[in-house]
Structures are given as C-alpha cells and as structure tokens.
Ligand binder design. Structure first.
Ligand code: ADP
Length: 795
C-alpha cells in the first residue's frame, strides 16, 4: 500500500530471554500452590533459594535462586492470598528478569509495582537487603503499605523512608529486609552518614540490591545530578554590579553564543569593556587555579576567601551572569513564583522542588530577575546518583521506556534491557510525523488538527516542549473557540483534577512533559462513566508539538494513549525550526519543497528528523560519558576519604596519633582523670573535624578548577586531563594537611570530661545542614548549564 510508510504501529522487540522466561513462568503454573497451606507456601519459597548471610569476600551476600519456577509459583499464590491480586504471566516474567539483574520494560498500567515487589521478595529471601527506589516519597509510602502484606506473609520486614522521619526512625527502617525510598532520601542519608563522629550515629545499614522504578529516568536522565549536603556558613559573593554590566553587553561584539546554545564566550572586546566598566586592570590576573594547586600553606587558601574578588573570580562571575542572562530562559528552564526562582526539570516538565543550580548560577538568575539573592551555604559533601547506585552490588529496575535507553544502561551500568510484552496487546496507532517548514506553520496545523479531531469526540492530550509553548498553544486554541485545560509546572496543584477529567469525550488538555509519565488518564473520566462513548470515538489521541530530545521521551508521551489494550492514537507535528532538528542537523542541507501550508511531505524529510534526533541523543550520550569521567575522579577520592573516616571512627587511631604527637598533654589529661573513652572520642572529633573540613575545601577548590578550566579550555587540548592533573595534585596532601591541623588543634584545645571544646577556639561545625539537588545535568536542562557547558568543552 502506498501509505504503508505513513502508518506505523508501535511494536515491542523480542529478546533472547523472552522464550526462556515464558517457559519458566509456564512451569510456575497458574495454581500450582493453590492447595498448599500458608506454611507449605513459605517453605516452598524458602527452599527455592539459597540464603547466605555471610559476606566473606566483601562482595555482598551471595545467595541465589535455585528453582525459579517454584519461587515464582509460591510468590504468585502469596500475592493472591495477601494482596488479592493474581500476578499476570507478564508480571512474573518481569519479576524473573529483575531477579536476573535486568532493566525490564513494561508499559504503563501493566503492574510494575507488583512485579518489582515480587522481585524484592525473591532477593530478600536470599538474605540480601533490598532498596526499592521509587520516584518520590509519597510512592515509597504507598507501595510499602500496598505490598506490605506480601512481605509480612513471607516473613520479611519492610518499611518506607520519608522526609519527616528522624534519625532514630530512619535507622530502624534501614535495618529492615526491604526498604522503600525515593532516591534523594537515600543519597542524603549517605551524605549525612559521612559526617558522623560516632559509629552509633550512623543511620544506614548496608544494602545489597537496588530495584529502581522509572529506571531510565533515575539512571540516565538524573544520573549525574549531584545530591548536596550544605552547611550554614556565609557563602557566595554578591553579584549586583556584574548583572548590570552583563545586561549592557552586546552579542557578537562582547560575547558569542555557540550554535547549540550551550555555551557563551566573552570576546576580547567584551573583556576590555568589562575591565573598563569595573575599573580593574585585567580579568585574567590573579587567582589562577594552577597556582593554588601548588600552595601548601593552608593559610593562603583560607584568606583568599574573604579578600576582594580577583580578576579571575570576576571573570567567573561574568561568565555565570552571561549564562544566566542568555542561556537560561524564564518559562523554559525556570519559572518565577512568589519571588523565587523555581527550576523546571527538563525531563519531567515539572518544578524540580529540591533542585538548585550550582550556587553562583542560582544567584545570577535571581539577580537577573531582580529578586533577592539567596545565601549560598558551604558545600560539605556531594554525591551523584550514579555514584550512589555504584554502592549496590546488584542493580535492576523497571520502566515504560527502557529500550531506547539501552545504550546508556549498558555503557554506564552494564545492564541489559528485557522487554516484556503487554498483558493485552496494544491497539494504539502512531501516525507518521507531520513536518513543516516553520514553527509558525506547524502551530497553525496543530490548531487545525485539534479542531478537526474534536468533532469526533476523542479526548486529546497535546504535549508541548515547555511552559511558554503550552501557554502559546492554549491561547491559540482559545482564539478559535476550543476550551482546554492546561497542565504545566505553573499549575501542578491542579494536576489530579485535570488528569481526572482529561479522558472525557471531546476534552482537550494541553500539557508539558509532566503528563509524560506516571499519569494515568482513564477513558471517560476518572469514574470511567463515559468510557463506552470514548472507546467508540477511538480512545485518547495524543498530539505532540515538536519532537523531544530523545525518542524515549516521545514514546513516554505517546504511551498515555492506548493503555492496557485501550484504543488510542498519536501523532507528532514537527518543524524544521525545532531545536532538535536545527541543532541535530546543524550544517546539513535538506532539499525539499513545502506545499502552500508549509507541509513537507517527503519520506526523506521524516528520515531527516529521525536522524537529527539521533544526533542529539548521541551528543547527550557523549556529554554524559565525559561528565561521568569527571565525576568518577571525585568519587574515587571520596572513597579514599571514606576509608580514612572508617578507620578513625572504628579504631583509636586518632588518639594514638595525637597522644604520640604531644605526649605531655596526653599524660596531663590522663592525670586529670579523664576517661580513656572520652579522650579517644575527643581525638576522633578533632581529626574528623579537620578531615571533613579539608574535604569540603577540596570540593570548593575543584569547583573553581572546573570553572577556570572552562574559561581557558578553548586554548587547551584536553581539559579533562588538565582537570585530573590539578585535582590529583590538590588531593595528594589533603590527609596530611588534615592531620597537621588536627595536631595543632590538639595542642590548643581544652579537653574536659565533656570532650574537646572545639567551639572555644572557633572551630564550629555548621550549625545547621540542609540538602538539595543541583540541577547541573546537561541531559535534563536542554539549554545547558555551567557544568553542561564544561562537559561540552571536554568533548
Ligand atoms: P504501572 O506502575 O506499571 O503503571 P501499577 O503498578 O501502578 O502499574 O498498577 C496499575 C494498576 O493495575 C493498579 O491499579 C493495580 O492494582 C492493577 N494491577 C496490577 N497487577 C494486577 C493484577 N495481577 N491483577 C489485577 N490488577 C492488577
């Protein structure tokens, strides 16, 4: 048929493991254990695995499953008795692949929660401690409560971590067999545990396995987002005059913006202009990170903090301000609400509650918007999600869209993807893209299309790239008399209500990507009262305005339609001017003549759009790979610090060292009758204080190095090598420096039966700590960010 290429159905791809898992599931049977008593059922499950608590090799627990089908059969019956859900074969296949350590792809609504929980039972029965990583704390609590009876049945303890728990409550929950938690909570607890000065204060217990829900989003989109623990100490410098300066600068003359909109560069003329305006001699003088690296005198580093900003520091500030002014757009990368800058998560389209940009950039955007600049804290420690996941011996996960992330999952985690067929075959039709010559013509076509479909009674979900575009489309619809609801980061409170109504006949919902995942649009409204009418009309129709940065994100939006065998359809309207096409296809000429409406009808145009998207995906993969190298180094250094911390915490090393260093003082303290325990702890407090302080200084220094490398990168051949060299040099004597300072402190500090009085000599631990996620992930902020730009430079 001539139109064959015009229609394509979304199929799933068979994998080599599918056949095998189907056979195992068939063996597990539908009612193999129906007649068994509860005790027999438990016995069947436990005898299907080898449980091993020993961790002889420091490689985690080594239990394993010896009889897959028996285990699955017993769990199916257990789920039926406790949850009143009888797992479908496809869920059991999912569980089986999770137990084999894969990322499984199962469509929305297929019951991933149960498949994941059964895998948790399977792992926990082997004696492994399992963390089930959920998208947020609400889901952690919900899934724990929902799946709890099944864990109870198999004699496994379980619980959920949430923000409002105190340390004692957390410690109790972490000690259980199966722990549900959002990823950021897990990360924040790791960071806080890295600040303890007594072992009994540790909150986390070692875990063996992580089962990750929405695995592609956590492991790929958010993998490089650092979780940060900050302490309240005065921070970032004010930016006032820099903001004014930058606003007066002209593109081309004073600065250049790279074609992909990820970088902004100061020109020589721009630098002279800034020097003149700021009344300084040179932006390129002083504060050279290279020189600092060789500084062994710690005093120098400390005093530099409070001094007038050097030329180099001003240069950093100017670049950050240019970045804020020209690369970060209001209503695309962030919104302003109640006088606050709120970041938008690029892959979810929602306000990213806990996220900030790196300190300087956050302040610069606040200054740009004329808001009060928030105080930055001192970064005490940080960890990326990827490094956090590296702490587990086994990682697996489930998601609706894994296959398209297969490359990344393999490259960065060594994980395979298993595609599980839907329980009921999908009936969704995905029409080929309509490609237009300009964004304007594309939008006109979108409006005409929505009007057209509306007559049929099909509800429509219109997916846009960002807040601004969703508003633009909504206004255009209003003008032609189409009523619509809008769902974007600005009105997420209305989300539940909007989604509840989105499936009603003839309803139009315009949304950003936040409707892309996790939202369940029921045909005929939340109560499904008008379901028959909507099914008759053809189900939900998804209209994508512009392709997303990756096919995976496109498919997430399409996936709203045709759930669980419902009818549905989808189509994307694209223009050659869209970012994905113009960036991905930069430098390539497309020979095609549009018709009078601007429509480009040729098949090669569709291929070109696909090609551009793949190029964009490839670029992001490169950035990811480079940023990963950069983070790996910090992680390796953190591991060394942790080893040292453990030794200080668990042995009297600190006291041994300090008492040997100052024998007189040690003897005097003993003579005062202060107990050995108190003395050991006092020494530990002193040593750990300086070790942590030096580490925090080191992180701040690495930040400066990144910035300065970024600025000088143009002239450098391999910035990442340069970064390695400088960071290794600076790390070299960190531990020694900490010990030297600790010895000095030991000489000066008063130690009483209450311990070391560090506060008396001005050594204060941060009075309060708080945690946040830094949004510096080049993959989730499209337009780029400081670190995104730097990663770009590394390529
Ligand atoms: P997903 O996360 O894959 O989108 P959920 O785990 O939220 O799906 O489950 C979707 C719905 O399917 C839930 O309402 C759940 O109760 C239901 N469900 C899951 N498994 C079964 C089953 N085996 N039998 C009947 N209903 C099920």
């Amino acid at each position: 048929m001539a139109f064959d290429w015009f229609w394509k159905t979304m199929g799933t791809f068979p994998t080599k493991n599918q056949k095998k898992s189907k056979a195992v599931v068939a063996q597990a049977g539908a009612d193999r254990f129906r007649e068994a008593s509860d005790a027999e059922l438990r016995e069947a499950a436990t005898s299907a695995v080898v449980k091993q608590d020993l961790d002889e090799y420091g490689q985690g627990r080594v239990g394993r499953v010896v009889d897959d089908s028996k285990l699955l059969g017993a769990m199916r019956e257990g789920a039926r008795r406790t949850l009143y859900l009888s797992p479908f074969d496809v869920q059991m296949q999912g569980t089986l692949r999770l137990l084999a350590g894969d990322v499984v792809e199962m469509a929305t609504g297929e019951g991933k929660t149960l498949a994941g929980a059964m895998a948790a039972v399977g792992y926990a029965l082997q004696g492994k401690r399992v963390h089930v990583v959920t998208v947020n704390s609400y889901l952690a609590a919900r899934d724990d409560a929902w799946m709890g009876p099944m864990f109870d049945f198999f004699g496994l303890s379980h619980g959920a971590i949430s923000e409002d728990l105190n340390s004692d409550e957390r410690r109790d929950i972490y000690a259980r067999d199966v722990v549900f938690s959002a990823i950021n909570e897990l990360g924040f607890d790791v960071l806080r545990d890295q600040l303890i000065t007594k072992r009994e204060d540790q909150v986390r217990s070692e875990a063996d396995v992580a089962i990750i829900d929405e695995a592609d989003s956590v492991m790929v989109d958010e993998a490089l987002v650092p979780l940060v623990l900050a302490g309240s100490e005065p921070g970032a410098a004010p930016m006032g005059q820099i903001t004014e300066l930058v606003k007066s600068m002209k593109e081309q003359e004073h600065f250049l913006i790279s074609e992909d909109h990820r970088n902004v560069f100061l020109t020589d003329a721009g630098a002279s202009y800034a020097e003149r305006k700021l009344g300084i001699e040179s932006l390129y003088a002083g504060g050279d990170a290279n020189e600092n690296a060789d500084t062994t005198d710690a005093e120098d580093q400390d005093s530099a903090v409070s001094a007038e900003p050097t030329g180099a520091e001003l240069l950093v500030q100017i670049n950050v301000a240019l970045h804020a002014e020209h690369l970060l757009q209001r209503d695309v990368h962030y919104i302003v609400r109640e006088d606050k800058v709120l970041l938008i998560d690029g892959s979810r389209g929602r306000v990213a509650d806990l996220q900030r940009w790196p300190d300087g950039l956050q302040s610069a955007v606040e200054a740009k918007e004329g808001l009060q600049v928030t105080e930055g804290g001192r970064i005490l420690d940080q960890i990326t999600i990827q490094a956090l996941l590296g702490m587990y011996h086994e990682v697996c996960g489930m998601t609706g869209t894994a296959l398209a992330a297969g490359d990344q999952l393999r490259q960065f985690y060594g994980l395979n993807v298993s595609v599980i067929e839907p329980n009921v075959p999908t009936q969704r039709f995905d029409e080929a893209d309509h490609v237009y010559a300009s964004a304007e013509e594309r939008d006109e076509a979108v409006i005409a299309h929505i009007l057209d479909i509306q007559g049929s009674g099909q509800p429509q979900l219109v997916g846009t790239q960002d807040v601004a575009e969703s508003e633009h489309i909504a206004h255009a619809l209003e003008r032609v008399g189409v009523e619509c609801s809008v769902l974007n980061a600005k009105n997420h409170e209305a989300e539940a209500a909007v989604i509840a109504e989105a499936g009603r006949p003839g309803r139009v919902t315009v949304s950003t990507q936040m409707a892309g995942r996790g939202t369940d649009i029921k045909l005929g409204g939340a109560d499904e009262s008008e379901r028959d009418e909507v099914v008759e009309a053809g189900g939900l129709h998804v209209v994508g305005v512009g392709r997303f940065r990756s096919q995976r994100l496109d498919n997430q939006l399409r996936g709203r339609a045709g759930r669980q065998g419902d009818p549905g359809s989808s189509v994307y309207f694209v223009s050659i001017e869209d970012d994905v096409v113009s960036v991905g296809g930069a430098g390539e000429e497309l020979q095609a003549q549009p018709d009078e409406d601007g429509l480009l009808k040729l098949k090669k145009v569709l291929n070109f759009v696909d090609h551009c998207q793949r190029v964009t995906e490839g670029q992001m993969l490169d950035i990811h790979a480079t940023t990963w190298k950069y983070n790996k180094l910090i992680k390796d250094q953190r591991d060394i610090i942790n080893g040292r911390r453990d030794k200080l915490l668990d042995t009297p090393t600190a006291w041994d060292d300090l008492s040997y260093h100052n024998v007189d003082k040690a003897n005097a303290l003993k003579a005062e009758g202060i107990s050995e325990e108190v003395l050991e702890q006092a020494a530990r407090d002193i040593m750990l204080f300086h070790l942590d302080h030096e580490w925090s200084e080191h992180l701040a220094y690495l930040d400066d190095v990144r910035e300065s490398i970024h600025l000088r990168a143009i002239a450098r051949e391999s910035p990442i090598d340069e970064f390695h060299r400088m960071s290794i040099a600076a790390f070299g004597d960190l531990a020694e420096r900490a010990v030297a300072k600790a010895r000095q402190t030991f000489d000066e500090v008063t130690i009483t039966s209450e311990g070391a009085q560090l506060g008396d000599i001005g050594l204060h631990k941060p009075s309060a700590t708080w945690t946040y996620m830094v949004n510096d992930n080049p993959l989730s902020s499209g337009g780029g960010s400081v670190i995104g730009s730097i990663a770009q430079m590394f390529r």
